[in-house]
Ligand binder design. Structure first.
Ligand code: SF4
Length: 378
């Protein structure tokens, strides 16, 4: 839902096609900040609409702090993608407003088919999702029928419907280990960095789709090493969608939830953080007195990819959240046949998590070195 107060950005992303990666283009329009007075009015109006319409606000850690705060203040949740979907499924509200990116709205709808799922901005996408179109991905799978298809949560419903398993990063390691023990060879999509990390940790035979996250792909190893020299006591918290050389310097390799856990539990007062800087809001709120430093990217003067903030997550704002609540537009609809098929790999993962005693916030293993770290949902 575009308004006159938005700034439109063009974003380049990797579009893999059978081993070759070309550059494709997408766009995001980021709303301008409301004034303090408008912000207070909008927050009050959204809270009232949520109540009146029996709706819950489900927000990701990467969206604007106003939406994160509002979600918690109104009985919704701010969390990682897996917990967003679980919370939405288990919440009694008739309507879910999912402040994140499109695949999160789709996953919520797949798990809660009887609920109305609204998103503030239909065009809020993800380079991993965009870089894995179903037509090409289906051909790739058809070329490797001997492989078990494992896809990351950051994919379309149609891609999930082509998969045997869906994983979030919390559970990718044990699931891939489990599949390896069964002698399975894996076809992995779409994030090459996360896939590479999992393959390195498990030794599994994994054929990779070559997608990447435009935000995490920008973190730089050399510059991080220099920053570490300036802050020798700082612990390094890294999301595994980051490049290998960045992951190799991590004290914690983890999801958003496990980065939060690492910051709470590690014996340090200074942290360098390699993930979307939307995380800083929660990190600072939960850890007063600790210092959080953004890991280096190509620099703010380079491209909108290198500002360590997802331009699609930034499309979510107070104005468009209120607008969809009032109008009921931007509802997520999924072809029922695709939704039913896409639910299978998600349910398989959730059942595995229950049997293995893995929850979204599991993180003891993550508070360790990059070599042994458990990782969590994106
Ligand atoms: S931060 Fe990266 S993985 Fe997350 S939604 Fe944005 S592009 Fe996708």
């Amino acid at each position: 839902m575009n308004t006159a107060t938005e700034e439109r950005k063009v974003i380049d992303f990797d579009l893999p096609k059978f081993g070759k990666i070309s550059t494709a283009h997408a766009w995001a329009s980021v709303p301008n900040e409301p004034s303090q007075a408008e912000r207070a009015e909008l927050k009050a109006a959204i809270a009232a609409e949520l109540k009146a319409r029996d709706a819950a606000l489900v927000a990701h850690y990467y969206v604007h702090p106003d939406l994160q705060d509002l979600a918690e203040e109104t009985g919704g949740i701010v969390s990682d993608s897996l917990e967003m979907a679980r919370f939405g499924r288990d919440h009694p509200a008739k309507t879910l407003v999912v402040a994140g990116v499109r695949f999160m709205g789709e996953t919520a709808k797949i798990l809660s088919p009887d609920k109305r799922v609204l998103v503030p901005e239909m065009e809020a996408n993800c380079s991993l999702d965009l870089g894995c179109p179903i037509e090409d991905f289906a051909t790739f799978c058809d070329q490797h029928p001997d492989r078990t298809v494992v896809v990351y949560a950051n994919t379309s419903a149609a891609v999930k419907a082509r998969a045997d398993w869906m994983v979030t990063s919390s559970i990718a390691l044990p699931i891939v280990r489990h599949l390896k023990e069964q002698g399975k060879k894996i076809l992995w999509a779409p994030d090459r960095h996360l896939g590479g990390y999992i393959a390195e940790q498990t030794g599994a035979d994994m054929l990779m789709w070559q997608g990447s996250c435009i935000v995490h792909d920008e973190f730089k190893g050399f510059e991080l090493a220099e920053l570490k020299k300036q802050h020798p006591r700082a612990k390094v918290l890294v999301h595994p969608e980051s490049p290998r050389e960045v992951v190799a310097m991590a004290d914690v390799v983890g999801s958003t939830s496990q980065i939060l856990k690492g910051a709470r539990e590690l014996d340090a007062t200074e942290f360098i953080v390699a993930t979307d800087n939307g995380m800083m809001h929660k990190l600072r709120a939960q850890n007063p007195g600790k210092v959080f430093i953004e890991a280096p990217t190509s620099g703010k003067s380079a491209t909108c990819k290198s500002c360590a903030h997802c331009p699609w997550m930034a499309m979510n704002g107070l104005r468009n959240t209120l607008a969809v609540l009032k109008s009921g537009t931007n509802e997520i609809h999924i072809d029922p046949a695709i939704a039913t098929r896409a639910k299978l790999p998600i349910d398989r993962m959730l059942d595995f998590a229950v049997k293995a005693g893995i929850t979204a916030s599991r993180g003891a293993a993550a508070v360790s070195s990059a070599q042994t770290g458990g990782i969590g949902p994106a």
